[in-house]
Design a protein around this ligand. Structure first.
Ligand SMILES: [Zn+2]
Length: 92
């Protein structure tokens, strides 16, 4: 269902709407991505980003950053100091 809802939101411009709980949701989804959120918190985030395009975008961005950092650490193509610097910047 999520994909269809997001398509609707994008198509009808709902994505431009702000989210009243964006900050709260952003903090929770960061916790979740760092695997520090409780089960209820993760559930809340999943249910929310399924309905809220704005928070889904935040989730997508945070997730992409983490994946990029993870892959760089794995491949070791980047000096470790730089990885540490990036990690500090995004508060991992
Ligand atoms: Zn939201």
């Amino acid at each position: 269902m999520g994909v269809f809802v997001r398509w609707l939101q994008r198509t009808f411009g709902m994505a431009k709407k702000t989210c009243p709980v964006e900050q709260e949701c952003l903090e929770l989804l960061r916790l979740m991505l760092d695997e520090q959120a409780t089960e209820e918190e993760s559930k809340y985030v999943h249910e929310h980003i399924d309905k809220c395009y704005r928070c889904y975008e935040n989730y997508d961005l945070e997730n992409t950053i983490r994946e990029a950092v993870k892959n760089k650490v794995k491949n070791l193509k980047v000096p470790p100091e730089l990885v540490t610097e990036i990690k500090n910047k995004i508060d991992l």
